[in-house]
Design a protein around this ligand. Sequence first.
Ligand code: AMP
Ligand code: MG
Length: 392
Amino acid sequence: MRTVEEHASIVSALLRPTPVIEVPLREAVGLVLAEDLRAGLDLPPFRNSAMDGYAVRAVDLTGFPIELPVSQDIPAGRKDVTDLTPGTAARIMTGAPLPDNADTIVQVEKTDGGEHVVVISDAPPAGIHIRTRGEDITVGTVALPAGTVVGATQIGVAAALGRATLRVRRPLHVLILSTGTELVAPGQDLEPGQIYESNSAMLAAAVEEAGGSASVAHFVTDDVTEFNSALAAVDADLIITSGGVSAGAYEVVKDALTGQGVEFAKVAMQPGMPQGAGHVGQIPIVTLPGNPVSSYVSFEVFLRPAVRAAMGLPNITRPALRLPLATALDSPPGKRQFRRGTVDTQLGTVAPWGGPGSHLLAWLAGADAIIVVPEATTRLESGELVEVWVLD
Ligand code: AMP
Ligand code: MG
């Protein structure tokens, strides 16, 4: 049997870093910057007022209250601001450019708000309420280093710096293909012996939660010809299949791809023992077992880290903690067990959530953690420390 680490490195080695693309700003959300974003201008780009009020020269403010003629009106966006006539004030709005020789802003609340003559009640500290040029960032400085994950605030600064596009690593395109003659699409009627197909929607969502982009091919029956023709026209960075890789008969994925560039192996883990990885033509493929919990756990263990790494995303593994168990659990010898769990953040403990069965999808959906029990461990008592991966 392969170890979990052996299979994980086989899966990771299938994927190359995704290419760098230039995208409109808003399409960069969730992607990784592939360039240092350097400021092409100072921010703020010019000296401006931080308040609605009056721009003055501090030397003109003596004896309060003081009355000054208003010599200019400067709304935001004004392009033809002239020097302040000594002994006067310019009415000015937030973000408007300061006259060169003004050095202080009197906020409007400290005045009578006059339009032609203004009465100032109080002496503001000299130099106050002015945003200096380049105070936030100076031209030529790196605002965001390559490798930054682009989110709302990074989009904000890029736009403020005048960038309409960004160079990022493009999402990994993953195609999901489920197999199983018993499968029916959600929304249709079930006949005896049939079940709803749940893995492709779940795995596609998992790919997207990991940062990639997913498309779902219509699932196929356990028929090798049908399976092969579903794969024939595929274009993707990675194919993930579900089902048809165990030890029984009618294992369509195994039957179709054994000796065709895909290696099937047993991995020393529970759930998720039957696994496969390789290429179909030039396209990397990872074949997951069909049991829903096996499929999902396999994705967490092997694919989430590989997808994130290929996109240059950080935190390729889930945050891991060591927590005391709230209740005892048993684990099979020689296999790494990945149990569904719930973390009690008040008590700082973790408890198994549902049994180990790999069909217990509702329990999986209620879990917020994966408990990782080492291969050599067959029982852990309540209170013993265990590794926990925190989901979300
Ligand atoms: P397999 O890996 O194909 O032997 O399937 C193992 C178990 O998972 C069987 O009970 C299947 O019915 C179930 N199963 C396989 N594929 C899916 C799927 N796409 N959605 C829901 N259940 C599935
Ligand atoms: Mg099957």
